[in-house]
Design a protein around this ligand. Structure first.
Ligand code: SF4
Length: 469
């Protein structure tokens, strides 16, 4: 059987002339994971429009397309085209799960929720020529999931080919997040077996890893065993975690000991009212600055995530957020405009209140104001967001935040990392175009390793923090 697997480009990444580096970081792991269920006799062509021009003149038997909100129209267009020429088309992903009626107009079958249990069921049905229109995921486990088909990934086209996911979902329930919508009807947070995760790591060449898990520290027992197993492997890695998981216990020390060098942290907002409104309880009454200090003492760089446009934001929120990030030496900041994704509690609330301004999904990229704002006008919000990015990544602020760190090595590491990401886009674009992006991986590894861990914190430090509360 000829199988085509496609990740269409997100609307914000569609220009063939200009490709921001952030869209050439990670390969399409979800599709490569599903490919592992296909037979060795199947002929699989996996294409990622973020790093290649799609070839649509082939004649596959089965087409599988992963749909996000801002690639939905492109995905539907591709799906319609293949269906017209007689291929069987399967759609799955976050947007399909959020809006199954919309997606099913462009598919022969759709998947609702994660596909690790539904895809094997579908394949059986398909081979018996009795596929169903809708597949709901109801068994939530990663036990027995075959190894990702990394042989299908064109490693040289990505800066971070060694990305991996060892958990699914997250233990929290923020109202603006897709997570609960995607995992509705079953467990919304579960992990691989530690030995399977370690085996997957062993399979990856080189030193650098990027865990794409929503919250790598979300299950402390699993994370602790994973970090114990990784100790001594000589890896350097990046991952995501919550403020609470950084402040509590000694898990973050274990992560640092296993090679954690940079962490994505969802600070989102400094307002308790905004946190309550978003059901982001895990951040309430948490000392963000203390979390930052703890990470810096472990020489872990920070990518802080912040959301603008929550109902209790005022005109000053942009300046306060940028200043806080600079004064606390945050390495990179990711700012988002609040986006009510369909299927989320936030979307339902805004819909009930008549606040959804557009359902043009291409605009749901966290850079456009798509709802009626409170407190700020839409223009103030848009302009404040644009200004926040400009100011945080001005050379003056990059130097100021780099120089917060005590050692010269850390100052330089911060400067190289932040400047490298945000000030050399034309160079990244050139590397993407010349397909030589992966040659920069040793440079990324050495920047992450600029600071040698000469003062590993012991568990005692973490316990002392706990005791002090
Ligand atoms: S902590 Fe992050 S991943 Fe988890 S529900 Fe909240 S926003 Fe989603």
């Amino acid at each position: 059987m000829k199988v085509k697997m496609i990740l269409p480009a997100l609307a914000e990444a569609e220009s063939p002339f200009w490709r921001p580096i952030k869209y050439s970081l990670f390969p399409p792991l979800g599709l490569a994971t599903l490919a592992a269920y296909l037979s060795p006799d199947d002929e699989i062509d996996l294409q990622d429009q973020h790093v290649e021009i799609l070839r649509l003149d082939d004649t596959p038997d089965l087409v599988i397309i992963q749909v996000y909100i801002t690639n939905a129209y492109r995905a539907y267009h591709i799906a319609d085209r293949y269906r017209n020429q007689g291929a069987y088309v399967l759609l799955g992903g976050l947007h399909v799960t959020s809006l199954p009626d919309e997606a099913s107009m462009h598919a022969d079958s759709i998947f609702i929720g994660p596909a690790e249990d539904t895809f094997p069921r579908f394949l059986e049905d398909f081979r018996r020529r009795q596929p169903k229109k809708i597949y709901h995921s109801d068994v939530r486990t990663l036990k027995g999931v075959p190894p990702v088909r990394r042989d299908l990934i064109r490693r040289e086209r990505y800066l971070v080919p060694n990305s991996l996911v060892v958990t699914r979902g997250c233990p929290h329930h923020c109202h603006f997040c897709y997570k609960d919508a995607f995992f509705k009807g079953g467990k919304s947070f579960y992990t691989q077996k530690v030995e399977d995760a370690l085996a997957e790591i062993e399979r990856l060449p080189g030193r650098h890893l990027y865990f794409l898990d929503d919250h790598l520290l979300g299950n402390p027992v699993f994370a602790s065993a994973l970090f114990d197993g990784m100790r001594g492997m000589g890896r350097v890695f990046q991952a995501a975690a919550t403020v609470a998981s950084i402040l509590d216990g000694d898990l973050i020390e274990k992560a640092a000991g296993a090679g954690l060098r940079s962490v994505f942290v969802g600070f989102e907002t400094f307002s308790a009212e905004n946190l309550r409104q978003s059901n982001k309880k895990q951040n309430l009454e948490r000392d963000y600055a203390q979390a930052v200090r703890r990470l810096h003492e472990l020489d872990i760089m920070i990518n802080g995530s912040f959301v603008f446009g929550l109902d209790h934001d005022d005109k000053d929120v942009f300046r306060r957020t940028v200043d806080w990030g600079v004064q606390n030496g945050i390495t990179t900041a990711t700012y988002h405009l609040l986006t009510p994704y369909p299927g989320t509690p936030l979307y339902r609330q805004m819909e009930q209140e008549g606040r959804i301004r557009t359902t043009n999904w291409d605009l749901y990229d966290t850079r456009h104001v798509v709802y009626r704002t409170h407190g700020l006008t839409a223009d103030e919000l848009q302009q404040g967001y644009d200004r926040a990015y400009r100011e945080f990544y001005s050379w003056t602020n990059i130097f100021r935040s780099s120089w917060i760190h005590p050692s010269l090595a850390r100052k330089l590491q911060h400067l190289l990392y932040t400047g490298g990401w945000k000030k050399f886009e034309p160079c990244w674009n050139f590397l993407i175009k010349t397909r030589s992006l992966n040659r920069m991986l040793p440079l990324l590894e050495s920047v992450l390793e600029t600071v040698k861990h000469t003062h590993p914190r012991s568990a005692t430090w973490g316990m002392a923090v706990d005791i002090k509360g």
